[in-house]
Design a protein around this ligand. Structure first.
Ligand SMILES: Nc1nc2c(c(=O)[nH]1)N[C@H]1C(S)=C(S)[C@@H](COP(=O)(O)OP(=O)(O)OC[C@H]3O[C@@H](n4cnc5c(N)ncnc54)[C@H](O)[C@@H]3O)O[C@H]1N2
Ligand code: MOO
Length: 407
């Protein structure tokens, strides 16, 4: 009896949730990272602004700082010495306009700025005593002034716990002078790619050997999803070697989750199955293609997921089971965008199985790329969408709407 996709997804979700709760219970729920290393991390707690932004009233334009009240009475002003950037402005002398450049501190007593284009003359000349400038009458108070604290006031919440730190958020923290950020830890994952036939890229292939795609593919998928891939290596097709490598790496790296690829189906040399069957890991056949063979459970106290060896099966397993669990438990990564879009060409899928085809979505329709085969990495690389074909229909016609996940 094949296991439903939903049932396996629930098991993976439960495993990830327990792994995460275990991590939090050990008091490893927060870490401090330098601002420069905080991209795509999640804020662990509310951050309060230590200073106001802007920190002082400053000019929004290159122009003349004036007292708005003085512009009601007269339009000719003596030009005072300019305020250099990064220096404190002195008080506004009576009857004067002070040249200020964008961002310069406003002199005390000035409450408005007239852009230089609205002045006569309309360009700045080097400072010289005795120069005058004509400004428009009745300049409104506050014109082109960026008031202190008008963006954020010191002592208020700058970012809430759970905020994803992207360019805008990191820019705010930098502007606030915050150099170190408390972030949630990443799920620590250990990756083991099994197979006597697989050789690391750059190595020499012997007869019957292929390059190891899964270590790179799954490391990238996990990293993109915000996980910390603590170690990723190839393990030979020998159960003792696998058990030893697993025990060593778990001891050394204390991962929250172990992910393996290969060695879980029906062959004579299924290393993961041979090493772990009869323990805390279930070996199941999920009604999904690719990604039918699946393993899930715990090794000791560590969560364990075994993905099938075919590279597309590995990635589809990650997308269908692990990634949604990470989104749900850790709030990172953001769930995939799901769309209902018309098929650009008909597709057939086996009865009773949830098939996941790769496709290219062009903004209007999705075109299946390559066939259903789970070895088709070139087709995968040309795709930007997973086409979900749940059991129920053996054939979908061009123009029929299907669910796609943008990847
Ligand atoms: N009699 C049956 N045979 C198979 C079944 C089945 O139900 N009955 N299921 C098939 C399905 S579906 C899949 S998927 C695979 C899964 O097999 P395993 O997870 O045991 O994986 P392996 O046999 O180790 O490898 C499968 C395939 O993938 C290649 N591979 C493995 N690792 C890598 C890697 N790191 N980089 C690139 N390619 C890799 C490997 O050479 C094989 O071609 O089983 C089917 N068989
Ligand atoms: O389920 Mo396998 O993953 O067809 O290729």
């Amino acid at each position: 009896m094949r296991r439903a996709v939903s049932e396996h997804r629930q098991q993976v979700l439960d495993l990830v949730r327990s792994a995460w709760q275990r991590r939090l219970a050990e008091g490893r729920g927060e870490e401090a990272v330098p601002l420069a290393g905080a991209l795509h991390r999640v804020l662990a707690r509310d951050l309060t602004a230590p200073v106001s932004l802007p920190p002082f009233a400053n000019s929004q334009m290159d122009g003349y700082a004036v007292s708005s009240r003085a512009t009601a009475a007269g339009t000719v002003f003596a030009v005072a010495p300019p305020v250099p950037a990064g220096r404190a402005a002195g008080p506004l002398p009576p009857g004067c306009a002070v040249p200020v450049m964008t961002g310069a501190m406003l002199p005390a007593g000035a409450d408005a700025v007239v852009p230089v284009e609205q002045a006569v003359p309309d360009t700045f000349a080097p400072f010289e005593p005795g120069r005058t400038v004509v400004l428009p009458a009745n300049v409104p108070a506050g014109q082109y002034v960026r008031a202190a604290g008008s963006d954020i006031a010191a002592g208020t919440c700058a970012l809430p716990a759970g905020a994803m730190l992207k360019a805008g958020q990191l820019g705010l923290l930098a502007a606030l002078g915050i150099a170190e950020v408390p972030v949630r830890p990443r799920l620590r994952v250990l990756l083991l790619s099994t197979g006597d036939e697989v050789v690391a890229p750059g190595g020499t292939l012997g007869p019957g050997q292929i390059y190891d795609a899964n270590t790179t593919l799954l490391s990238a998928a996990l990293a993109e999803a915000g996980c910390d891939v603590a170690s990723a290596r190839i393990v030979a097709d020998a159960p003792e070697a696998f058990t030893r490598a697993l025990a060593e790496d778990v001891e050394r790296l204390a991962p929250d989750l172990v992910v393996s690829s290969g060695g879980i189906s029906k062959g004579a040399f299924e290393v993961v199955k041979q090493a772990l069957a009869g323990g805390g890991v279930d070996f199941a056949s999920v009604a999904m293609q690719p990604g039918g063979p699946q393993a899930a459970g715990t090794v000791g106290e560590t969560a364990f997921l075994g993905f099938p060896g075919n590279p597309v099966s590995s990635l589809v397993s990650f997308e269908m089971f692990l990634r949604p669990a990470l989104s749900s438990v850790l709030a990172v990564p953001a769930p995939r965008t799901v769309l209902q879009v018309p098929l650009a060409a008909p597709v057939e899928s086996p009865a009773g199985i949830h098939q996941v085809r790769r496709g290219r979505y062009d903004g209007a329709a999705v075109m299946p790329v390559g066939g259903p085969g789970s070895h088709l990495v070139h087709a995968l690389a040309r795709s930007n969408a997973l086409i979900q074909l749940p059991p129920g229909a053996a054939r979908r016609e061009a123009g029929e709407n299907v669910e796609v996940w943008l990847i």
